[in-house]
Design a protein around this ligand. Sequence first.
Ligand SMILES: [Zn+2]
Length: 239
Amino acid sequence: MNKHLEGLVELSDIDKSVDGFTPQIEIAEKKITKEQQKVDDVTEKIANLHSLIEDNGSKIKSYEEQIATLDEQLKSIQKKNKAITNEKEMKALSLEEELAKEKLTFANEEIERLGKINETKKEEEKELNIKLEELSAVAVTVNKEAEKKLADIEKQKSGLYEERVKKVSSIDQKILVFYEKVRNWAGNTAVVAVKKQACYGCYMKINDKAYSEVIRGEEIATCPHCGRILFLEKVEAEA
Ligand SMILES: [Zn+2]
């Protein structure tokens, strides 16, 4: 095999190896995102619960203020009761008292109802906080593992890049440009083997002329059907 072609086959192997890391990187990154998403979801739930509890709390407070005002009102009604001079006044005052008492009952009922809701919600919040702690701990562990994996991949990749730079410097510039051109559309199958007189990129049989060119290995041969760069596999070359 010609030296440039040999270099291309090796370069293509390096490029394949670099690309081969992509799924592993995606898996590691997905793991990190997935755990973080769980943490974020629970954090959001807690925040929503918290604002509901606060909201109910301020409602309770405003009912308590209402009760204080109504108490004052009832006291003043009782005072006025003593100074009543006619039936009309009595009726008006009694109506006012009835209304105030109704409001008082309602406010007390609401305080009780909201209080019960908040008890339940606070319990839920407590449980969610425990869950958040657990999820955060898991996320930290998963993150560490994934980051380690990513760093390891990065190390291997930079090793391959170094190899690539060396390889590239040993290949003729024109051939390199041609390789990149084919790689643009063929990706990791830019350089493929010929087996049983067939291109292993498009799996079509190549004609005798193209085949003999591949066998000679003097020039960079391409598949007449798909245009990929061809090389003869060592086993076939020896045979
Ligand atoms: Zn082909």
